[in-house]
Design a binder for this molecule. Structure first.
Ligand code: TMP
Ligand code: ASP
Length: 243
């Protein structure tokens, strides 16, 4: 398998074609943006952490019956994934009120929700990823009814698996964002990443934020928080040694 030309560069990752038509190579960057790219910066070694944390969690989800794009970790920053066409939706699952939901419903961050909330945003940077509902999605043809049903079932199942696992390492899963893709055979699978960039992780004892909100809100200790998540999940310290 050979790395070929770059297909796409996003805010946090680059995607390359490979000599195998069915596989893409993803390369994770340290670049960090927030508020639709208005705030720019870099988080040292974020690309390494997000690559490893994503792969670890995707393999765990695979074992729980969720199909994912993960194929093989090639290096610290690079992973081989199944080629998909991305469904243009950001699927957000929430257990606790935070971030944009706190503003939308006027409830303080930390308010427990009676049941998980699922939100969909149309993936379009030019439009600022607006929130849409299921009827918009079907009316615009971004996904079929069967796909949307599958997406919401997977999203809730992923929430249960991740929440339970994270609870054991004293991390509360507040909310997170997923993306799904379709393989050339038409199978719906989990794609993109699951990392401190795309989840809110709060320490279940201290309430300390262990995610990208430290960057978004200039809270300091950004790198330490990312390393702490990787250490708790995978038992690896900064040198990659087992602790
Ligand atoms: P929000 O509260 O800002 O809507 O974010 C909800 C969750 O989605 C949070 O865990 C962060 C994640 N997220 C992304 O992964 N990408 C984004 O562009 C945004 C806005 C949020
Ligand atoms: N990554 C997104 C951006 O650059 C938003 C975020 O994660 O807050 O705008």
């Amino acid at each position: 398998m050979e790395k070929l030309d770059q297909l796409y560069e996003g805010k946090a990752k680059k995607v390359y074609r490979t000599s195998d038509d069915a596989l893409y190579l993803v390369s994770y960057k340290d670049d960090a943006t927030a508020f639709n790219g208005q705030k720019k910066g870099s988080i040292q070694d974020k690309g390494i952490i997000n690559n490893k944390v994503t792969n670890f969690l995707m393999q765990m989800l695979e074992k729980s019956g969720i199909p994912t794009h993960f194929v093989k970790e090639l290096s610290d920053r690079e992973t081989l994934v199944h080629r998909v066409s991305i469904i243009p939706l950001e699927v957000v699952v929430r257990n606790i009120v935070a971030g944009s939901l706190a503003k939308r419903v006027g409830a303080p961050e930390g308010t427990k929700l009676r049941r998980p909330v699922i939100e969909y945003c149309y993936k379009d940077d030019g439009l600022g990823d607006p929130m849409v509902n299921d009827t918009h999605i079907l009316a615009m043809g971004w996904a079929t009814e069967a796909e949307l049903k599958q997406i919401s079932e997977y999203a809730l199942q992923i929430n249960s698996v991740l929440s339970a696992y994270l609870e054991d390492v004293n991390i509360e899963l507040i909310d997170f964002k997923l993306e799904f893709g379709k393989t050339p055979e038409g199978e719906l699978i989990l794609a993109d990443e699951i990392s401190p960039d795309t989840c809110r992780f709060w320490d279940s004892v201290s309430g300390e934020k262990l995610d990208k909100d430290r960057f978004r809100r200039d809270l300091g200790g950004v790198e330490d928080a990312y390393w702490e998540v990787m250490r708790r999940l995978m038992g690896e310290d900064r040198k990659g040694a087992k602790t």
